[in-house]
Write a new protein. Structure first.
Length: 330
């Protein structure tokens, strides 16, 4: 049963926390878990040319989005810098899923181009959004999940719709009030299988999914976040905003940085886009992209670092250097 409902801030993004930190993010291997994703929002894209419109705005191929298949993509500016990371799916039309604190700015950016495409953009608060971690076919499930559910596959039922992000990570949308009550009651049990958005954040970060925040909007090139390895970029589709720079980086530039997960212990503040320096504190070797607490003064961090680097490192605004250790999933 949920003992409390507090919040934990990652940069300026407030995430729910249902239990004491370590308990909240610790998951048993043989159980399935339902996660609160109330910090996410759906942006509906409607109009006869909505797919064509998004094709010119996002890095993924929206022609591959169907009632059976979703895609993940990036929305970039003309300089190729990421403004938002989005899930694109079809349910009664095309939809984008993204954090609520980026929804308004994303809608405004898209609206400028939508004026010439007869496309309407509208935030949808009709659905309750949940994450789901599927580890045990015999354990609790929001709905029936196909035995061979592939990555990006859509799942549809009368009250619940969703899709598979791979690695047992699912997103579900619940429309009916009665179904939501039943769902929460079943997972809000003695095994504490209903978990917070902070627990989801830690889980997906451990699987290599990073976030863009209001503080990092327009800062990172897709290749600095290794998006070319994770299906966000399609190099065979036509032009889209920022495509020329992204393609040039992919085909002509020598990539000097790589995104990796590390654990670090520190009592000093962490924040996305925090610069990281070598052991001398003088040479910049990368930056912090995303992070999550794992215990008191212990963090899981996604760092974009030079391939050749040293240890320990200095974090910007820190008084002391720290050792970083490559993260190995349990």
């Amino acid at each position: 049963m949920i003992e409390r409902k507090e919040t934990y801030s990652i940069n300026s993004r407030s995430l729910s926390m249902f239990f004491p930190l370590t308990e909240d993010i610790t998951l048993e291997k043989n159980r399935n878990y339902l996660f609160d994703l109330s910090y996410m929002r759906i942006l509906k894209v409607r109009g006869e040319k909505s797919a064509e419109f998004l094709q010119g705005q996002l890095s993924c191929d929206t022609n591959q989005v169907t009632e059976q298949t979703m895609r993940q993509g990036a929305m970039c500016n003309l300089k190729g810098r990421i403004l938002a990371l989005l899930d694109v799916f079809y349910y009664q039309g095309l939809n984008l899923l993204l954090p609520a604190d980026l929804c308004e700015s994303t809608q405004k950016s898209l609206q400028k181009a939508a004026l010439f495409s007869k496309v309407n953009l509208e935030q949808d608060s009709h659905f309750n959004i949940y994450g789901f971690y599927y580890q045990n076919p015999s354990d609790l499930k929001p709905c029936e999940i196909p035995a061979s559910c592939s990555k990006y596959q859509m799942i549809q039922s009368s009250d619940i719709n969703g899709y598979h992000l791979g690695q047992g990570l699912f997103i579900f949308f619940v429309s009916g009030q009665q179904k939501q009550v039943e769902l929460l009651e079943s997972f809000n049990n003695e095994n504490k299988q209903r978990r917070s958005s902070l627990a989801w954040h830690r889980l997906i970060l451990s699987h290599g999914f990073v976030n863009i925040y209001p503080e990092t909007r327009g800062l990172f090139l897709p290749h600095r976040l290794d998006l070319h390895h994770h299906g966000y970029l399609n190099f065979e589709k036509g032009c889209y905003k920022g495509q020329e720079i992204i393609a040039r980086t992919h085909y002509k530039a020598k990539l000097k940085h790589e995104l990796k997960l590390f654990t670090v212990e520190t009592s000093e503040a962490l924040f996305s886009n925090q610069k990281i320096f070598d052991e001398t504190g003088k040479k910049e070797v990368g930056e912090l992209v995303d992070y999550s607490p794992v215990d008191k003064e212990q963090f899981l961090v996604a760092l974009s670092l030079l391939v050749e680097r040293t240890n320990p490192v200095w974090f910007e605004r820190h008084d002391n250097p720290v050792d970083i250790y490559e993260y190995s999933p349990p």
